[in-house]
Design a protein around this ligand. Sequence first.
Ligand SMILES: [Zn+2]
Length: 238
Amino acid sequence: MPGSFKTEAVVLRSIRYGEADRVLHLYSADRGRLGAVAKGVRRVRSRLGGRLEPLARVRLVLHQGRGELCTVSAVDTVHAHAAVRERRTSLERAVQACDSVLRLFDSAEPNMPAYNLLCNQLALLDADPAAATRAQALAYRAKLLLAAGFAPELASCATCGEREHLAAFSPSAGGVVCAGCEAGSFPLSPDAHGFMSTALGRPLAEAPEASERALGQADRALAETLEHHAHVKLRRVA
Ligand SMILES: [Zn+2]
């Protein structure tokens, strides 16, 4: 249905298009993924250009024509995340945060928990250089899996329901497994198990810490669960 509408969104990616335009990949609060053309934004005097950088959280007026892409009519900044751009590690984490949403949420189905998580992660990275850690990035990823409906089973054996001796993780079973069900699994330390459970149970701003070894196992568990069940490959969180 052609016409204009308002939405709030994060700019995930921006690609050069034609002489002076850009195509934007947006993740919106109420319409999920959207593609939009920002016309003339690469011209020096563009009113829209500076506000539509990747990582920016914006309020938009979009025009839906007959094509697949909307056209940006107006834009207001909610949060530019300008400080993130000044720090390399924070910037890398922020780009990673957007990339996960880009790969995991590609439908026009809105997902408010996922949108809020992305906004929170970008705001945290902007406010505090110390938030740009591997543990913080993995806590964000664990919560994003939960929002996408792919959170691993961590409370009991994903195969048989046993609640003790859970020392391995099976991506195909989708969670921790007991000694009797460990085919196709890899070892998971109590620290890695605890890290994922705690990360999922706490607000993003209170992400737990863990050893590099535990974080490596948690990273593998999250990534392989997604590969197996969502057929989505995310870059590992180094
Ligand atoms: Zn079992």
